[in-house]
Ligand binder design. Structure first.
Ligand code: COA
Length: 259
């Protein structure tokens, strides 16, 4: 299936739901329509039993250079409050299947916040990251002050958010903002390979693993450990757990079915 909804292009490849942000002449600035289409596509993929993981990407020049400044420049406080645009982002947080990000070029502002909502983050060498909102008189509004701080620690988050400076992929990797840096020429193919690997795993275990890791952000250690244990026990109710462990004992490759 290939779908075109103006601001994004979607495609399903071997159980992987791919979303390409598609405003190349605006460096994929995230306008409201793009975000609506993106969230709808992710929710559709999440509900589709044939899809095991998702990939969000942009193009060589930009993953996304931030929220669309043109849509906000003249808005009043009341308009922004009524627009409630970041509420939509909460729905990305509720996507249960793993989301891989394949980034190149600029990953700025809302683009970086979108990236931090993804689970495995792969970037081309030379990709530029930043939260430059301070340079246009605001602050991150889609989670940047919270997620970046949790990802890289207070000192580095303050540096990036207060100065608005950009960092390159290697520094982002070293900070713990992203998962892997790959050669520029094939960042998309490398990311797709990671998705294919995920697509071969036990689907329910994948979703519960994602859930468990994300709990580390908003639970105490003890609550998180208890939650993890319950999810672990839950997996013993799946055929895939039996298959996975038996396949190991029988020295063969497991075939997971998502039950
Ligand atoms: N919102 C709206 N439009 C944006 C945008 C954004 N966040 N980022 C880039 N664009 C548009 C530019 O206005 C330009 O459109 P135009 O050709 O119609 O004038 C086009 O994308 C290309 O950008 P341009 O600035 O010409 O490219 P560049 O290579 O000279 O610079 C950046 C690239 C990323 C440094 C620069 O575009 C930039 O600083 N963008 C804003 C980043 C930002 O502050 N993001 C946080 C927003 S909250």
């Amino acid at each position: 299936m290939t779908g075109m909804a103006n601001e994004i292009i979607t495609e399903i490849k071997n159980g992987i739901g791919v979303v390409r942000l598609n405003r190349p002449d605006k460096l994929n600035a995230l306008n409201i329509e793009l975000m609506k289409q993106l969230v709808a596509a992710l929710e559709e993929f999440d509900a589709d039993p044939d899809i095991r993981c998702m990939l969000i990407t942009g193009n060589d020049r930009a993953f996304a250079a931030g929220a669309d400044i043109g849509e906000m420049a003249e808005a009043s406080m009341i308009e922004m409050y009524e627009r409630n645009q970041f509420e939509r982002w909460e729905r990305i947080k509720r996507v249960r299947k793993p989301i891989v990000a394949a980034a190149s070029g600029y990953v700025l502002g809302g683009g970086c916040e979108l990236l931090m909502n993804c689970d495995i983050i792969i970037a081309a060498e030379g990709t530029m990251f930043g939260q430059p909102e301070i340079n246009i008189g605001v602050i991150p509004g889609a989670g940047g002050t919270q997620r970046l701080t949790r990802a890289v620690g207070k000192a580095r988050a303050m540096d990036l958010i207060l100065t608005g400076r950009m960092i390159v992929a290697d520094e982002a990797l070293q900070m713990g903002l992203i998962s892997r840096v790959v050669p520029r020429e094939h960042f998309f193919e490398e990311s797709l390979k990671v998705c294919q690997e995920l697509a071969s795993k036990a689907p329910i275990a994948l979703r519960l693993a994602k859930e468990a890791v994300l709990k580390a952000f908003d639970m105490t250690l003890n609550e998180g450990l208890e939650h993890e244990r319950k999810l672990f026990y839950m997996l013993f109710g799946t055929d895939d757990q039996k298959e996975g462990m038996r396949a190991f004992q029988e020295k063969r490759r497991a075939v997971f079915v998502g039950r």
